[in-house]
Design a protein around this ligand. Sequence first.
Ligand code: UD1
Length: 418
Amino acid sequence: MDRIVVEGGRRLKGNVRISGSKNAALPVLVSSLLVDGECVFHNVPDLVDIKSIKLLLEDLGARVETNGDTVMIDASTVHKFEASYDLVRKMRASILVLGPLLARQKKARVSLPGGCAIGARPINLHLKGMENLGATITLEHGYVEAHADALVGNDIYFDVVSVGATENMMMTAVLATGVTLLRNAAREPEITALADVLIQMGAQIEGAGTSVIKITGVTSLKPVEVQIIPDRIEAGTFMVASAMTGGDVTITDCTPDHMGGIIHKLKLSGATVLVNGSSIQVIGSDEIKSLDIQTLPYPGFPTDMQAQFMAMMTVAKGTSVFRETIFENRFIHVSELIRMGADISLSGGNVATVKGVARLSSAPVMASDLRASASLILAGLIAQGTTVVSRVYHLDRGYESLERKFEMLGGAVRREKD
Ligand code: UD1
């Protein structure tokens, strides 16, 4: 297994290009299941999670061809309706095939994803939504089995704002008869990106990006050629890296409009943030100011940036309070940051109080999930000495060429084989 070795103490400087968004690419690639014919997707990041979804689509019978960052998927040869445990357990987002398979073949059998490091992550909202459109759902032998004679539009209210459930229901409803309303829908840019692709395929969707989405079913969809949007979390991670190392980094090919919360908090921390079209320049200040963060559904502050900001706040002047409201177990990086000298205390299960210290010191640390891995590398960038982050396979799920990009910015970040 690989590990990442970080020598602390270097200021980052230069330009870094942001890759395509993992969380936008996953549902968009899956949406090709709704179409007979060749769909072409550009700017697809080269990540383990993307490989997992391509394997799953191939296993279902789709033809998948990759050429650089372009992926062609032709689902006209799909013959299976079952996503096996072996493929689904590698990545929870595999549950996104349930909706399109059901819409396409009126039946689907998908392994239950199970828990993961950051919490239980149930799929009850996905299943309830599909039942509301007329599907019968049973849970047998660890699999969700769904079938429907016909899918009929309905008025659906989500008790919790869920990105995955909103995406799955959009993909189920586009081929249903009549009108579906998704109320209390997620508003993330990845939702709008998926809706844009479905609309280009011929779907009738209004209100994506707001909390009520209206979908009028159509009888068939057509192939598309589309570009995956930039990864706002990768962009945010490099922005924090620049701010906390006192650096001067310009993040290119990103969508600043998707990063309002991140930009606002970085400015409060004392960094200078200059937006110019699709580029953002972040200049770190000599002193990092403490700040409070509460994670919320978009346009609130993203839970996927909480761990990275916490790494920065370990050396801020003053005390910062982090309140995690999306996932119940998303502070696993805290104990590792403490091993590097951070002063963090946890209370009430979802609150972390971070008292800034003068400096961090390097230590061997263990990555526990994707964004926690990024947080530990950021901490390594400012720690005295050499930090070794093991279990980095989490990182490869979501960051393309992370160590190469850091190296290009002058950071001493390298990968080693165990
Ligand atoms: C997606 C993102 C993930 C991000 C998260 C929140 C992808 C592939 N992953 O995950 O990076 O951190 O959004 O922005 O896009 N919930 C239920 N029942 C359900 C579904 C969800 O109770 O049926 C709860 C979850 O436990 C959680 C909350 O809803 O507390 C939000 O989860 P959700 O938005 O569904 O996250 P994902 O789509 O899994």
